[in-house]
Design a protein around this ligand. Structure first.
Ligand code: ATP
Ligand code: MG
Length: 327
C-alpha cells in the first residue's frame, strides 16, 4: 500500500473512531436487543445465547442472532449449521449483507461470526458501524436482536456489548469469573444510558453458590459501581449441555426436558416479560405469541438443512417466509 493510501486509511479510521466510539451506536434502537457478554471466556455466553434465541423463535418471535465473536466464532457450531459466509466476508470480501444471513428457521436468522479477523483489535470502529447500519435494515421486519459477544474488555467487545439495550452479563460462580464480571461491569458502567444490566449465573452446582452471589456480589456491584444490576436467574451445571455442545445440537432441541432447558425457558419468559414492558410494539403482539408458544412447532432437520445449504430456491423461500413476503 502506498504511503498516501496508508495515511488516508489512518485518517479515516481516526475520524470514524472519534465519531463513533462515544456514540454508543445501537442497531435496533427502536426494537429489542440483548447482548450476552461478560469479561471471562468460557462462561457459556454462546451456549446460552443460541438456546435462548431458539426459545424466542419457538414462540414465533422473529429473532436475529449476531455472533459477534471475532476470531473464535462458534454459534454456528452450537447450532449445528455450516454457513458459507460470515460478517467478515461482508465487511472485507465483498459479500452482500443478504449473503451472510443464514435462515436457520422461519423465525431465526443467524449472522455467523467473523472467522477471518484475527482479533477484536483488528476491527476498526467504522467497520463495526458498517455492520450496525446493515443490521438496521432488518429492524422493521424483526422483533429481537441477540448479540453473542466474545470474551474480553477491548473496545470493540465493549461496543458490541453496549450495542444492545439489554446487557446480560454471563458468569459462573467461580471467584475468577466473578472478578472478571465485576471488571466488565466496571468498564461498561460509565457508558450506560438506556441500558438494563442483568446478571445470569451459569453452571451453578449448588443453591449455596447462587445465594452467595445474590447476597454478596450483587449488593457490592450496586454500591461500588452504581449500576442497577438485576439478577436474571441461574442455569445449573448440565451434562446434557456438555453433550449437546459436543454433538452440535442445541440443548433445548436435544434435551428439551432437561433441567437446564427448563431454566432456559424460564429465563426466556422472564426476558420477554421485561422486554414487553420496555417496548409497546411487542405488547400488541403478545397475545399472538402466547398462542404460538403453546402450540408445537416443527423444526427443520439437520438433513434438510444441509441439503438446503446449496439450494438457492430454498434460500429465497426461507427469506420470503421470514420476512412475510410473497415469492
Ligand atoms: N450450563 C452448563 N453446564 C455445563 N457446561 C456448560 C454450560 N453452559 C456452557 N457449558 C459449556 O461451557 C463451554 C463453553 O461454553 P461457550 O462456548 O458457550 O462459552 P463462551 O462464554 O461463549 O466462551 P467464549 O468467551 O470463548 O466465547 C461449552 O463447552 C459448554 O459445553
Ligand atoms: Mg462464545
Amino acid at each position: 500500500m502506498s504511503d498516501q493510501a496508508q495515511e488516508l486509511r489512518r485518517l479515516r479510521e481516526k475520524l470514524s473512531n472519534a465519531l463513533y466510539s462515544h456514540s454508543n451506536r445501537q442497531p435496533f434502537k427502536n426494537k429489542l436487543s440483548i447482548s450476552f457478554a461478560g469479561g471471562k471466556g468460557g462462561t457459556g455466553k454462546t451456549a446460552l445465547s443460541v438456546n435462548i434465541a431458539i426459545s424466542f423463535a419457538r414462540k414465533g418471535i422473529k429473532t436475529v442472532l449476531l455472533d459477534a465473536d471475532v476470531g473464535l466464532a462458534n454459534a454456528n457450531i452450537i447450532l449445528g449449521v455450516k454457513p458459507k459466509k460470515n460478517w467478515a466476508d461482508f465487511l472485507y470480501n465483498k459479500a452482500s449483507f443478504e449473503d451472510i444471513l443464514y435462515f436457520y428457521d422461519n423465525d431465526l436468522i443467524l449472522i455467523p461470526g467473523a472467522s477471518g479477523i484475527s482479533d477484536a483489535a483488528n476491527l476498526p470502529s467504522y467497520k463495526q458501524e458498517e455492520l450496525f447500519l446493515s443490521l438496521d435494515t432488518l429492524e422493521s421486519h424483526t422483533d429481537v436482536l441477540i448479540i453473542d459477544v466474545g470474551a474480553g474488555i477491548q473496545e470493540n467487545i465493549i461496543n458490541f456489548s453496549i450495542a444492545s439495550n439489554n446487557i446480560v452479563v454471563v458468569t459462573n460462580p467461580d471467584p475468577t469469573a466473578l472478578t472478571d464480571a465485576y471488571s466488565f461491569i466496571k468498564v461498561i458502567s460509565n457508558k450506560l444510558y438506556n441500558h438494563k444490566v442483568y446478571l445470569l449465573i451459569n453452571m451453578a452446582r449448588t443453591f449455596e453458590e447462587v445465594k452467595r452471589i445474590y447476597e454478596l456480589f450483587v449488593p457490592m456491584v450496586k454500591s461500588r459501581l452504581n449500576v442497577d444490576l438485576e439478577i436474571l436467574g441461574s442455569i445449573s451445571y448440565s451434562e446434557e449441555m456438555v453433550l449437546s455442545v459436543k454433538q452440535s445440537k442445541p440443548l433445548v432441541i436435544n434435551y428439551p426436558r432437561s433441567e437446564a432447558s427448563r431454566q432456559i425457558e424460564i429465563i426466556t419468559t422472564k426476558l420477554l416479560g421485561n422486554l414487553y414492558r420496555q417496548n409497546q410494539v411487542l405488547n400488541a403482539k403478545q397475545e399472538g405469541y402466547v398462542k404460538k408458544a403453546n402450540s408445537t412447532k416443527t423444526y427443520v432437520t439437520d438433513d434438510a438443512r444441509s441439503v438446503d445449504a446449496g439450494n438457492k430456491d430454498s434460500f429465497v423461500s426461507r427469506f420470503c417466509k421470514f420476512f412475510g413476503l410473497k415469492k
